[in-house]
Write a new protein. Sequence first.
Length: 161
Amino acid sequence: MSDETPESLIPYDEIVQEALRDVVGRVLGEVERSGGLAGPHHFYITFQTRMPGVLIPKHLTEQFPEEMTIIIQHRFWDLKVEQDAFSVGLSFGGVPSTLHVPFAAVTEFVDPAVDFSLKFQANAAEPAPEEHEQAQNDSPSVGAVADDGSNVVSVDFTRKK
């Protein structure tokens, strides 16, 4: 008998990643239906700016060529959630912008109000994201999220060979 784990013919990692991205869609859908955020909830959403289907203004693509983090908190408008993407209006440096982001482009979703975080595996065919500055949309700064592991789901699938 071999100690090697056989390679799966079922793409479990992709299925789990898709299911966890559905969590982001459900949460944003609740915000859309209710017309705003409940209580202290707010979201940091990081996404890959060059993924197919991402539509953001050119100046933002130039400023964030690989990855960008947006904050959904005080000043956002026209949040629309579709089955596979969301769009939202935000202001960057006083300039209003509309962003359209497929859920497949999302790499991280954080709600610091309740110490909840989801991290998504980047596609192996894509280069690793470069360091970037924090998003500068017009919202007050929020304290850092505790990194004690409570209520945090991090999915990292590696295959043994």
